[in-house]
Design a protein around this ligand. Structure first.
Ligand code: FPP
Length: 302
């Protein structure tokens, strides 16, 4: 059973007598705001949520362009969506949420845009960290944080220190992050450890590599969400998403609402996760085939 069961049960109690209930005054932070949310929440099994959700928040620029606004307006609108999704995941009882806020490659954008994004991040931290802290969320950054501008580094450090003892959802913000750079940093960290401790007989295994990633100690993401329809992983959590279920939506990030998140979760719960094995249904067929001598191969890599 998921560690959030008590909260999940409390919410189920207030949802069982839906649809009448969602028309009255909200009694829970996740009370459905409209019929769409209510219908999706009804389909959701709150005891089978992903432990770790990773999100590539994409499409801020296009959102703005479609409204004949400057790109920066899209990033500003993206902050509102980010706030709502963090809050919702935390109240749902998701254990860990990782959001891709700024990649190493994003420095290739015009300087005015990168400067704006750094300022936006500082404003975001100033405004949102008190609520994040109040909601018992532990905030931290993954990426080459030491290379961030000094002011950003200070705000990030303060936020990490303030929330360090929180025991609720872990919120990892990928900042100055690249998946290949993370692997390079992990390998160098392993090599340093070997040199410092004279471990000539050391042999790496998967756990050793995981232990040296920025995400050490976190479970791998079960669900990777990407907005704006692009079918790529953009150098995000390359090692950790080996078995993540991928959900891509055409919706642009500023339009990604709670209902869209519930939709992604409902979709996730329909997937059969096989981790390279056969999965329950296929195992039954395989056993029957073995008895009956049917040798037709199966497709797919698990
Ligand atoms: C992608 O849209 C978004 C980013 C590069 C920045 C993400 C930042 C936010 C959502 C702001 C809020 C986050 C925090 C933590 C403050 P894009 O510009 O690549 O969009 P496009 O592909 O349409 O051009």
């Amino acid at each position: 059973m998921n560690a959030v069961a008590p909260r999940a049960c409390a919410m189920l109690l207030c949802l069982t007598d839906f649809p009448e209930r969602f028309r009255v005054k909200a009694i829970h932070p996740l009370k459905p705001a409209n019929r769409e949310e209510a219908e999706l929440l009804e389909k959701l099994d709150l005891n089978r949520l992903p432990n770790h959700i990773a999100i590539i928040m994409d499409g801020n620029g296009r959102w703005a362009e479609r409204r004949h606004l400057p790109r920066l307006a899209g990033h500003r609108a993206g902050v509102d969506a980010t706030r709502e999704i963090i809050d919702t995941c935390s109240h749902l009882g998701v254990r860990c949420l990782t959001i891709y806020a700024f990649s190493l490659e994003n420095w290739r954008r015009p300087q005015a845009e990168t400067t704006f994004l750094m300022q936006l991040l500082r404003k975001y931290l100033k405004r949102e960290i008190p609520t994040i802290h109040k909601n018992n969320i532990r905030f931290f950054v993954i990426g080459r944080a030491a290379e961030l501008p000094k002011g950003v580094r200070k705000d990030v450090d303060d936020a990490m220190r303030l929330t360090a003892r929180n025991t609720g959802m872990k919120l990892a913000v990928a900042l100055n992050y690249g998946g290949r750079a993370e692997l390079v940093d992990a390998f160098n960290s392993i090599l340093e450890n070997i040199r410092a401790n004279g471990l000539s007989a050391f042999r790496a295994d998967e756990q050793a590599i995981s232990n040296h990633l920025y995400t050490a100690g976190l479970p791998d993401p079960d669900l990777l969400i990407r907005t704006s329809g692009e079918m790529r992983v953009s150098n995000f959590l390359l090692w950790q998403i080996a078995y993540a279920e991928i959900y891509v939506t055409e919706t642009l990030w500023p339009d990604f609402t709670r209902a869209q998140l519930f939709r992604a979760l409902v979709d996730f719960q329909k997937r059969e996760r096989r981790y390279g094995g056969l999965g329950v249904r296929s195992e039954q067929t395989a056993s029957a085939d073995a008895v009956g001598g049917n040798h037709v191969g199966r497709t797919g890599r698990g």
